[in-house]
Design a protein around this ligand. Structure first.
Ligand code: MOS
Length: 713
């Protein structure tokens, strides 16, 4: 591997493990020494209603109640469509929707006041079930070839429905934000991924200009997508509250409200139809339905990625895809690592496996025959411009766990209490934003500032959320300038000091902004003068090879390049308890050149584990009133250290010429393929899809028992 891949100690390692890192909840006072007021949200306890009155009791000195009337600018949070209110309008649209905020110095008193407020509702009929939803925020459609003809000429047609549930990001630090009035402006800081998204949202809600609003990212205890859009909402709320109170206000969610009321992965319902002729899938029709919840937030872009990924990694001549994001009166869904792709990859991978089993063919062989190759057309008539290493990765995984042999052996009838299965998946993750957004909307800028003493500061807006950019950005710059890593540093993003290099999302930071920094470092090297302060800047340029993407037709290169992975999961199912023990989880991951071997390996293992949680235990659902049941870690189970299986993550490097030293997007890929590999393994242990056809995640021990009971009946 290249020298740049050699692992270093993360720049924030000591502060974090020694407990010195200051998260927004840790501030005793503001930086200026002022006391901080507590803000807590008054929330709707009904899924859909007209709010006829809110009666606030007399408030003690120093306390105030804040609502939509106090929003100085526009009571809409700037996200994609701006339909999310800062505080509710005339109606509430989900249980937990913020109606107002109570602010004051003492937390118990704030709680007492919240409990004493009376809200009168006129209930309206809510839409709770995804299947009954009739209103869609977004509807897309695309395709190519002649689907009708391919179905007419098929040897056999397959039709199946797949369902996936919520998944909560479960960052260790809950959503937390603080606002401080500063002159005629506002300073907002806290736990977030995208300082400039928050900047835009606060400007709009406060009716302020760009220089009046300053956003700073505090040390952030995990994001995983959950802090892509939600912090914009909370930032507007605390900003309005601080403005009214004319004092610093902080809101730190407890775990219960974070689990119940903040965005999580979209539940999905996918109906797939496949035409098979001469042993190949000749046509695919995908109908993708996502549960967006009460407001549209990021659903447009999540759905776009979901439907572009819908036909999977297969070369299929005729494709038609429809996608819809449905409105229901439930907590708005949002971004979570994978961003719409885990849902559709689960569907297409399970379908391919089921078709193969129906044909009496090994599903690995069936899939392998139809894998895309370099130069092939993508689902949106773009091109896979760069190597597609899936076949090699399949061999690597096979070598690691004897996949092919076990997959055949476990397909034989099994009896007895313990039964085994092994499942395989092949997926990609498009690196960076979908379509032309990077070129047309984000237009990233990154800077380097060299000080007189020869140290260099990275100026960019991409925050460290655990993925290591605080270390890898300086590593790139130090490498180009031939400086020791200690001489290059990267602070947390502060919009008063850094240019807009775009949000910390979409597996883009290292690939896109890292490359800007590499180019900036080369520029600085060329003009370096000892003892002077110097600054250089780089702007994003779209690579020349891109086939322009048209979002209205879903045509062109949706992504410049792709990260790839093949996963295998081996399980042993206890047919008495339903519990599936993961005997091994294996993955070969191509994220291009790892800019730090251990950081990338950590990303692969962590993401893979989150994917296994999604597959097996992370069950979250709401009741008939739209209220989420699972609001604690007793009710919502995520993998702990005790659940980490024997896991083998291997890196397969296909260098991407437009990423720094060949790096591609890394963050999201490892989560995406786990679910179909896991569920196929459980299905195989239970006798295969001819006996038990599994088509939903999470697939819990209870689900396994329900399947086994069917055998008895
Ligand atoms: Mo990410 S799931 O694109 O914040």
């Amino acid at each position: 591997m290249k020298e740049i891949c050699t692992s270093v100690k993360k720049k924030d390692h000591d502060a974090k493990i020694q407990g010195r890192a200051v998260y927004v909840g840790d501030y005793e006072r503001t930086d200026r020494g002022e006391p901080i007021l507590v803000g807590k949200l008054l929330r709707s306890n009904i899924a859909r209603a007209r709010v006829s009155s809110v009666t606030v009791p007399p408030l003690p000195n120093g306390y105030c109640y804040v609502n939509a009337d106090d929003v100085p600018g526009d009571n809409n949070v700037n996200i994609v469509l701006d339909d999310t209110p800062v505080f509710c309008r005339e109606t509430v649209e989900y249980i937990g929707e913020p109606i107002g905020m109570v602010v004051g110095p003492n937390e118990e008193e704030v709680d007492r006041i919240l409990g004493a407020i009376e809200v009168a509702y006129e209930p309206l009929p809510p839409v709770i079930e995804l299947r009954t939803a009739k209103e869609f925020f977004f509807e897309y459609e695309y395709g190519h070839g002649d689907v009708v003809r391919a179905f007419a000429e098929a040897d056999k047609v397959y039709d199946e429905e797949f369902e996936t549930g919520y998944q909560d990001q479960t960052y260790l630090e809950t959503q937390s934000m603080m606002a401080e009035p500063e002159g005629d402006g506002i300073y907002v800081h806290g736990s977030l991924q995208c300082a400039y998204y928050v900047h835009g949202a606060v400007m709009r809600a406060m009716g302020m200009g760009p220089d009046q609003v300053r956003i700073f990212q505090d040390v952030t205890g995990g994001g995983f997508g959950g802090k892509e859009a939600y912090p914009s909402i909370l930032a507007c709320q605390v900003a309005v509250a601080a403005h009214k109170a004319q004092a610093p206000v902080r809101c730190v969610f407890d775990r219960r409200e974070d689990l119940e009321f903040t965005s999580k992965r979209h539940p999905s319902l996918c109906r797939y139809r496949a035409a098979v002729k001469d042993g190949r899938v000749t046509a695919l029709e995908c109908d993708v339905l996502f549960n967006a919840g009460a407001y549209s937030t990021l659903s447009a872009v999540v759905l776009q990625r979901g439907i572009i990924s819908a036909p999977g990694v297969y070369h299929i001549e005729n494709v038609h895809v429809r996608g819809r994001a449905a409105k229901t009166n439930t907590t708005p869904s949002g971004a979570y690592r994978g961003f719409g792709a885990p849902q559709t990859f689960f569907a297409v991978e399970m379908l391919m496996s089921h078709i193969a089993q129906d044909r009496g063919e090994d599903s690995i062989d069936f899939k392998e025959r139809q894998l895309v190759s370099q130069g092939d057309m993508t689902s949106t008539e773009g091109r896979y411009h760069f190597p597609v290493p899936l076949r090699a990765m399949l061999d690597e995984v096979d070598a690691a766990c004897d996949l092919r042999r076990k997959h055949r052996a476990y397909a034989q009838p099994q009896s007895g209490r313990y039964r085994r299965g092994i499942g395989m998946s092949a997926v990609f993750h498009g690196s960076g934003f979908t379509g032309s957004a990077e070129r047309d909307m984000i237009r990233a800028v990154a800077k380097l500032r060299k000080y007189r003493d020869g140290t260099v500061e990275v100026l960019a807006s991409n925050g460290d959320i655990g993925q290591g950019v605080r270390t890898t950005f300086p590593k790139i710059v130090a490498h180009e300038l031939n400086l020791p890593l200690e001489r290059v540093f990267y602070q947390h993003p502060d919009t008063a000091r850094v240019p807009d290099s775009g949000p910390t999302v979409a597996s883009r930071s290292l690939m896109i902004v890292g490359e800007l920094l590499r180019r900036a470092a080369i520029k600085l090297r060329a003009c370096w003068v000892d003892g002077e302060e110097q600054e250089v800047e780089e702007h994003y340029r779209e690579p020349d090879f891109m086939i322009p993407f048209y979002i209205d037709r879903f045509q062109g290169d949706a992504y410049a390049t792709y990260a790839w992975t093949v996963n295998a999961v081996e399980v042993e199912v206890d047919t008495y308890t339903g519990i599936s023990r993961v005997l091994g989880a294996y993955g070969s991951f191509d994220v291009g050149t790892p800019i730090d071997y251990h950081i990338v390996l950590g990303q692969m293992e962590g993401g893979f584990l989150q994917g296994l949680g999604y597959s097996s235990i992370e069950k979250m659902d709401y009741d008939n009133n739209g209220k989420i049941w699972n609001h604690s870690f007793t009710d919502y189970l995520v993998p702990t250290t005790l659940d980490v299986p024997n896991m083998v993550a291997m890196l397969h490097v296909e260098e991407y010429p437009d990423g720094p030293y060949g790096a591609k997007g890394a963050g999201e890929l490892p989560l995406v393929g786990a679910a179909p590999a896991y569920v196929e393994a459980v299905e195989q242990a239970l006798g295969g899809s001819g006996v038990h056809r599994l088509n939903h995640v999470p697939f819990t021990p209870e689900d396994t028992l329900l399947e086994l009971i069917k055998e008895v009946k």
